[in-house]
Design a protein around this ligand. Structure first.
Ligand SMILES: [Zn+2]
Length: 155
Protein backbone atom coordinates (compact mmCIF):
# COMPACT_ATOMS: atom_id res chain seq x y z
CA UNK A 1 0.00 0.00 0.00
CA UNK A 2 1.41 3.35 -0.98
CA UNK A 3 -1.03 5.86 0.47
CA UNK A 4 -3.42 5.77 3.41
CA UNK A 5 -5.00 2.36 3.82
CA UNK A 6 -8.55 2.17 2.54
CA UNK A 7 -11.37 2.32 5.05
CA UNK A 8 -14.81 0.91 4.45
CA UNK A 9 -18.30 0.99 5.81
CA UNK A 10 -20.53 -1.98 5.06
CA UNK A 11 -24.30 -1.90 4.89
CA UNK A 12 -26.43 -4.11 7.14
CA UNK A 13 -26.56 -6.94 4.58
CA UNK A 14 -22.80 -7.34 4.49
CA UNK A 15 -21.81 -8.41 7.99
CA UNK A 16 -19.88 -11.43 6.85
CA UNK A 17 -17.96 -9.46 4.26
CA UNK A 18 -17.14 -6.87 6.95
CA UNK A 19 -15.64 -9.55 9.20
CA UNK A 20 -13.56 -10.97 6.39
CA UNK A 21 -12.17 -7.57 5.46
CA UNK A 22 -11.33 -6.98 9.12
CA UNK A 23 -9.54 -10.30 9.09
CA UNK A 24 -7.43 -8.93 6.25
CA UNK A 25 -6.58 -5.98 8.47
CA UNK A 26 -8.92 -3.38 7.02
CA UNK A 27 -10.82 -0.84 9.05
CA UNK A 28 -14.47 -1.67 8.34
CA UNK A 29 -17.31 0.02 10.12
CA UNK A 30 -20.42 -2.13 10.40
CA UNK A 31 -23.74 -1.93 12.22
CA UNK A 32 -26.33 -4.67 11.84
CA UNK A 33 -28.98 -1.97 11.65
CA UNK A 34 -28.24 1.39 10.09
CA UNK A 35 -30.22 3.85 7.98
CA UNK A 36 -28.96 4.94 4.57
CA UNK A 37 -28.59 8.52 5.76
CA UNK A 38 -26.47 7.56 8.76
CA UNK A 39 -24.41 5.21 6.61
CA UNK A 40 -23.67 7.93 4.07
CA UNK A 41 -22.96 10.54 6.75
CA UNK A 42 -20.47 8.25 8.51
CA UNK A 43 -18.81 7.41 5.21
CA UNK A 44 -18.33 11.11 4.42
CA UNK A 45 -17.20 12.07 7.93
CA UNK A 46 -14.71 9.24 8.25
CA UNK A 47 -13.54 8.97 4.64
CA UNK A 48 -14.91 5.46 4.16
CA UNK A 49 -15.87 3.64 0.99
CA UNK A 50 -19.44 2.40 1.16
CA UNK A 51 -19.98 -1.28 0.43
CA UNK A 52 -23.60 -1.95 -0.35
CA UNK A 53 -25.96 -4.24 -2.24
CA UNK A 54 -28.40 -1.39 -2.72
CA UNK A 55 -28.09 0.08 -6.21
CA UNK A 56 -30.29 3.06 -5.36
CA UNK A 57 -27.95 4.02 -2.57
CA UNK A 58 -24.89 4.02 -4.86
CA UNK A 59 -26.73 6.31 -7.26
CA UNK A 60 -27.15 9.03 -4.66
CA UNK A 61 -24.95 12.05 -5.26
CA UNK A 62 -23.66 11.99 -1.68
CA UNK A 63 -22.67 8.30 -1.94
CA UNK A 64 -20.25 8.60 -4.83
CA UNK A 65 -17.46 6.82 -3.04
CA UNK A 66 -19.20 3.49 -2.99
CA UNK A 67 -19.09 0.03 -4.46
CA UNK A 68 -22.13 -1.93 -5.52
CA UNK A 69 -21.68 -5.48 -4.30
CA UNK A 70 -23.17 -7.83 -6.86
CA UNK A 71 -23.29 -11.26 -5.31
CA UNK A 72 -25.12 -12.62 -2.26
CA UNK A 73 -22.17 -14.96 -1.70
CA UNK A 74 -19.63 -13.52 0.75
CA UNK A 75 -16.85 -15.30 -1.11
CA UNK A 76 -17.78 -13.54 -4.34
CA UNK A 77 -18.21 -10.28 -2.44
CA UNK A 78 -14.76 -10.57 -0.97
CA UNK A 79 -13.27 -11.36 -4.35
CA UNK A 80 -15.01 -8.35 -5.86
CA UNK A 81 -13.66 -5.94 -3.21
CA UNK A 82 -10.14 -7.35 -3.34
CA UNK A 83 -10.09 -7.14 -7.13
CA UNK A 84 -11.69 -3.73 -7.43
CA UNK A 85 -9.42 -2.03 -4.90
CA UNK A 86 -6.36 -4.09 -5.71
CA UNK A 87 -6.13 -5.04 -2.08
CA UNK A 88 -2.93 -6.41 -0.68
CA UNK A 89 -4.59 -9.04 1.41
CA UNK A 90 -1.61 -10.56 3.14
CA UNK A 91 0.23 -7.65 4.73
CA UNK A 92 -2.24 -6.82 7.46
CA UNK A 93 -3.89 -10.14 7.97
CA UNK A 94 -5.03 -11.12 11.48
CA UNK A 95 -4.24 -7.72 12.95
CA UNK A 96 -7.74 -6.61 13.80
CA UNK A 97 -10.57 -7.78 16.05
CA UNK A 98 -13.26 -9.32 13.86
CA UNK A 99 -15.97 -8.18 16.23
CA UNK A 100 -14.94 -4.66 17.27
CA UNK A 101 -12.80 -3.62 14.29
CA UNK A 102 -10.05 -2.58 16.72
CA UNK A 103 -6.36 -3.30 16.08
CA UNK A 104 -5.05 -6.13 18.25
CA UNK A 105 -2.16 -5.83 20.66
CA UNK A 106 0.21 -8.60 21.54
CA UNK A 107 0.00 -9.87 25.09
CA UNK A 108 2.34 -11.97 27.21
CA UNK A 109 1.38 -15.57 27.31
CA UNK A 110 1.42 -15.78 31.11
CA UNK A 111 -1.24 -13.10 31.38
CA UNK A 112 -3.90 -15.03 29.52
CA UNK A 113 -3.24 -18.46 30.91
CA UNK A 114 -6.71 -18.86 32.41
CA UNK A 115 -8.46 -17.45 29.37
CA UNK A 116 -7.56 -19.89 26.62
CA UNK A 117 -8.04 -23.66 26.41
CA UNK A 118 -5.16 -25.62 28.00
CA UNK A 119 -4.29 -27.27 24.70
CA UNK A 120 -3.95 -23.90 23.00
CA UNK A 121 -1.87 -22.58 25.88
CA UNK A 122 0.54 -25.46 25.70
CA UNK A 123 0.95 -25.39 21.91
CA UNK A 124 0.97 -21.65 21.10
CA UNK A 125 3.43 -18.96 22.13
CA UNK A 126 2.06 -15.79 20.61
CA UNK A 127 -1.24 -14.25 21.55
CA UNK A 128 -3.00 -11.02 20.68
CA UNK A 129 -5.78 -9.34 22.57
CA UNK A 130 -8.50 -6.87 21.66
CA UNK A 131 -8.47 -4.22 24.37
CA UNK A 132 -12.06 -3.36 23.64
CA UNK A 133 -13.85 -6.71 23.99
CA UNK A 134 -11.07 -8.79 25.56
CA UNK A 135 -11.13 -11.49 22.91
CA UNK A 136 -7.86 -13.34 22.55
CA UNK A 137 -6.51 -14.39 19.17
CA UNK A 138 -3.80 -16.84 18.27
CA UNK A 139 -2.52 -18.71 15.25
CA UNK A 140 -3.97 -22.10 14.78
CA UNK A 141 -5.92 -24.33 12.54
CA UNK A 142 -8.71 -21.77 12.10
CA UNK A 143 -6.26 -19.30 10.60
CA UNK A 144 -4.78 -21.93 8.34
CA UNK A 145 -8.30 -22.74 7.15
CA UNK A 146 -9.07 -19.08 6.52
CA UNK A 147 -5.91 -18.63 4.47
CA UNK A 148 -6.68 -21.71 2.48
CA UNK A 149 -10.16 -20.47 1.77
CA UNK A 150 -8.80 -17.09 0.76
CA UNK A 151 -6.46 -18.72 -1.75
CA UNK A 152 -9.36 -20.70 -3.16
CA UNK A 153 -11.56 -17.63 -3.45
CA UNK A 154 -8.92 -15.67 -5.28
CA UNK A 155 -7.49 -18.18 -7.65
ZN1 LIG B 1 -12.82 -6.91 20.03
Amino acid sequence: MTSEPLKFIADAMLGRLARWLRMLGYDVSYESSISDDVLIASALNEGRIILTMDRKLTERESAKNSMLVNSPSYKEQLKQVITQYNIDYKSGIFMRCLVCNRLLESIEKEKIKDRVPPYVYSTQDEFDICQQCGRIYWSGTHRVKMLKMLDEILK
